[in-house]
Design a protein around this ligand. Structure first.
Ligand code: IMP
Ligand code: MG
Length: 181
């Protein structure tokens, strides 16, 4: 047991699952009969993507992933985005839905929406399971949103702290315990 951290459940695995089903129904209604590409943003979205694609019913769905990072100072992202893994898929005339774990400043998605629109997609929308609107630095508003959460650092359901804790089934607030002397 790592005594440096403690975990406070913010959203249970059951509540996450129920919300993913709701999002899946809404997306199924809106994207029916469209050529659709879900673009997951690695790594944080991998669990949400896996759950979401099993809750939509779309005949012409492609699933792909990009990996991006933003270099900035500390835990805050900047507008300077580096694409570490790009898409191979042809997006021309297709309806793109970006699948994200959390929107914080909004810098990553503001950049990605523009980048994917430039690849001649018919539309580019955003679906995020979590949103921290109080931290926004851009005007980005997600088209589909699971939960609005307060300004706390969360882990689990795919989200990490220093590459750890992605596997936790519940979404938890991470607390740093004081170092023992
Ligand atoms: P943005 O460009 O500031 O919106 O950055 C969003 C990215 O920051 C997400 O995809 C996450 O990888 C990361 N992030 C933001 N808040 C948290 C958090 O509370 N826990 C874990 N990762 C976070
Ligand atoms: Mg991330």
């Amino acid at each position: 047991m790592d005594t440096r951290y403690s975990f406070e459940t913010l959203i249970s695995a059951e509540d996450l699952a129920a919300k993913v089903s709701e999002l899946g129904e809404a997306i199924t209604r809106d994207y029916k009969d469209k050529d659709t590409v879900f673009v997951g943003i690695l790594k944080g979205s991998f669990i949400f993507m896996a759950d979401l694609v099993r809750k939509v019913q779309l005949d012409r769905l492609e699933i792909c992933f990009m990996m991006v990072s933003s270099y900035g100072s500390g835990t805050r992202s900047s507008g300077n985005i580096i694409i570490k893994k790009d898409l191979e898929n042809d997006l021309e005339g297709k309806h793109v839905l970006i699948v994200e774990d959390i929107i914080d400043s909004g810098n990553t998605l503001t950049y990605l929406k523009k980048y994917l629109s430039n690849r001649k997609a018919a539309s580019v929308k955003v679906c995020t399971i979590l949103d921290k609107p109080s931290r926004r630095e851009t005007e980005l508003v997600p088209d589909y949103r699971g939960f609005e959460i307060p300004d706390a650092f969360v882990v689990g359901y795919g989200l990490d702290y220093d590459e750890h804790f992605r596997e936790l089934p519940d979404l938890c607030i991470l607390h740093m315990n004081k170092e023992e002397a």
